[in-house]
Ligand binder design. Sequence first.
Ligand code: ARG
Length: 285
Amino acid sequence: MTDFYVVPAWQEAEWPAPTRTSRARRYAMTPPAFFAVEYAINPWMDTTTPVDVGVAMAQWEALRQTYLRLGHSVQVVEPVPGLPDMVYAANGGFIANDIAVVARFRFAQRSAETKAYSRWMSSVGYRPVTTRHVNEGQGDLLLIGETVLAGYGFRTDPRAHGEIAALLGLPVVSLELVDPRFYHLDTALAVLDDRTIAYYPPAFSEAAQATLSQLFPDAIAVSSVDAYAFGLNAVSDGLNVVLPAAATGFAAQLRAAGFEPVGVDLSELLKGGGSVKCCTLEVHQ
Ligand code: ARG
């Protein structure tokens, strides 16, 4: 496993970047009112590290304001005491084509979030359904155009991929994750627009890397430094890419490719192993 992946030289070359366009998005976010690191279910979580809920709330609010300033809508999900990871709203489910699939979590510590997110989905007019096998929502299921990219290896069960395809009537491309630090697809791959992705190749199996380079010859490959700064845990509207501010190399690559990087600081939420994308559930419409 490489710990020093660097961007291939040809990717740094100047080229006339295509014109990018934004589209107004609908997001759901859950405030970190009960955020804590009480258990460790991914390599980023350390239960001995103190967490400051006030700082987490302020950083989360700055992210929400960023989306509003960019012209997007944000629906706020009611946080539930005793569910410290609920702030990672991306994991709550996957909504597209008017179908809301609520998550089924891998770990018992998060299983009660299913009820909370399903209650929220009902409150905004959906009739949530779920899968028989584990699916951690947009942590592992990312829509690009009319295709779902689906991660497996740590959380979402590959058998749920077929269930998702059937429930949503969309093709699903399965991608195997191999590095526990990149345990959800959204930590290793970002969808930038309907046909462009950025990703961290060493997080994927060789077969998945081959699939990605075949499907996305224009993909942006990011360096280890940016991947470890959670740079790929980003949210794009087609033009503006909201990402952790520390991922400065990736921000420069985005700019060179015609996107507008918008850096935010979510350092407190990184203690739970998540950043921008983890805190954001996009409601695809
Ligand atoms: N502590 C949470 C977990 O391990 C973090 C989830 C991050 N979310 C994400 N979409 N990657 O489940």
